[in-house]
Design a protein. Sequence first.
Lengths: 251, 491
Amino acid sequence: MSGVLTACHLGPTPYREGLALQEGLVRLRAESIAAGETGPGDWLLFPDHPPVLTVGRGGSETSLRVTRGALERLGIELVEVSRGGDITWHGPGQLVGYPIVDLARRGRDLHRFLRDLEEALIDALERWGVSARRAPGRTGVWAGEEKIASIGIAVRNWVSYHGFALNVAPDLEFFDLIHPCGLRGIHMTSLAARLGPRAPALGEVRRDVAAMVSRRLGYRRVRWAAAGEVRRWVAGAAAVPVENTADSPAA
Amino acid sequence: MPISIVVPQLGESVVEGTVSKWLKQVGDRVRKEEPLVEIQTDKINVEIPSPAEGVLQAITVLEGATVPVGTEIGVLSGTAADAAAAVAALQPPAGPQAPPGLLAPEPARASERAPSVAVVRAPEPASAAPVSDPGAAESQGDSTRSGNLSPAVRKLMREQGVALDELASISGTGLAGRVTRDDLLEYLKPRAPRSAAVARGLPPAGAPVVAPAVEAAPVTEPARGGAAPGAAAVTVAPAVPLPGLVPGPRVSTAGAPSGPREEIVPFSKVRKLIAENMVRAKHTAAHTHCFDEADMSAIVALRKEWAPRLQAQGVKLTYMPFFIKAAVLALREFPWVNGEVRGETMVVKRYYNIGIAVGRDEKGLIVPNLKDCDRKSLVQLAAEVNDLAARARADRLNPDEIAGGTFSITNAGVYGAVNSAPVIHVPEVAILGVHKIAERPVVRDGQIVVRPMMNAAIGFDHRVVDGELAVKFLRRVCELLERPELLWFYA
């Protein structure tokens, strides 16, 4: 392993475009692994999605609390995706992270990967004074009895995609549209709900989360890439790693 | 040789996976490494690539079913020759209208997942080829009678695995001796209980089974282009729910004489959690028990007097609220019992969330808890206990109601037990067991009298709760039950 995790803030990204970028990177990563090359390396993508509901393989529309018509009126798309887990919401104020990671190098241990991601998020939350925990049998990260981050992963050719969604300061009312993760009576919380005015900005949390994910997954450092680099990789243009990148302070 | 498609190792702690989606249908040709099926475990959905190039011959575990790692979920014809033979058998050259994927079972609907449809794979009879679809065979000009078959009959034949040449043995009552759906159903009658038995005997994992159904459903002509050596015969079992094939964990005790003597029932999610919790409890807490008894005369009288009054207000008064009250008061006096072991520390809690073990028959035990019982009146507790138990049985608990308990009570008396040694609901450190209240002779002031007596038990974690403490606590609980007026003075 090169020991480098390339993080990238994609900026505003419609959900389907983000999915296409992930799938493109997964394909490149798998091809490079098969060819014994580094290729694009392992990535951690941070898109800013407009409000969207996604349903994973573990879910169904019964976890929806409103009609599809109501969703249309709200301008919220419902996308069925191949990740694990049930229904969830993504949108502004949420830190969505997609690790595109070679799991074959990590012993092909899916549970360990899940636990590492959860621990990374818990580490990041701890930095901001929010004490969070894992709940056995209920993937995700919990602050008290409330859920603060959701996780749903997909794996293709032992490369991961999809990922986690950490509530930094989203409008939590969006979660009223659904039974999050198919669990009845789940309450969602956020850093803003927990910390009030002391809550960090999305960008600060992004930097911390990248650092913690990198550390938990055992990378040497984080390299931050411009969004253009991902798009160039996926578009097939040979990408030259950008040199003027800042290492994560914690890496 | 056919190649098994199995649920691969997905991690050290991953013991099972759920087939979330078949990306290919039976009959589809796949390249090596091409995504074939998706397996979900926990919140990860994994695409499983094809182990080889070939044709998907059978799907033995359908979408929605959860099976252990290593279980065969489908079969692939391995070599190019096998693949060619399978394709030849599936796609007769003269049959442009031959339906693709004709061996595919009916797509499972969300409501009738895996257990209602079973695909049984037979071992490899040397000259066997896949059972042909009647329609496909017809297109090969195989039978003169088959041309008159109605779609309903063809569908039924496909579902029941009836081969075309079997039709010769059925006397048709339709126009010009043609076989009608009723004829076919009549013909299948003796077979029905048999296939049901076969299906009942199916291991849930969907392992290959030598099925008697195979002999009942003889295979059609050998595949064109020569016999297909090693091609497995595939029998598609009825797609309609079979009698006796009850999905879910209910074990049928009816014991049909011809039925199997054992039944394999996979753990439900709840059962698995219970199993894990029980093992963890027994492995971590230093379980110790002690017992006491309480003269329940006062409580029995109180309840007798108050139950009808509360009933009028719509509240059913059981003994549980009294047990909760007594336990909470005793816990306040012995705070160490209302605690949790966290690493090498003991957390003493000054709030009283009392867990109530609720038995739910085959759905499995669950222990929801009532929050802040020290701040609630007996009537309030009564109403909340009833509500909590009812919702526990109806699967309508909120997640926070099964988390955050500080102490638990289990009443084995409702089933008639006079004593028990309950398992601690870890990470709590103690559990109170209450039992049947029965009239027994006891000695009072040198006289033998009859009193409603109840045994009480405490299971405690001897790492942090010493016997002395446990005994004193239990005695206090019994005392509070014997003299409920203490609740007045101290609660």
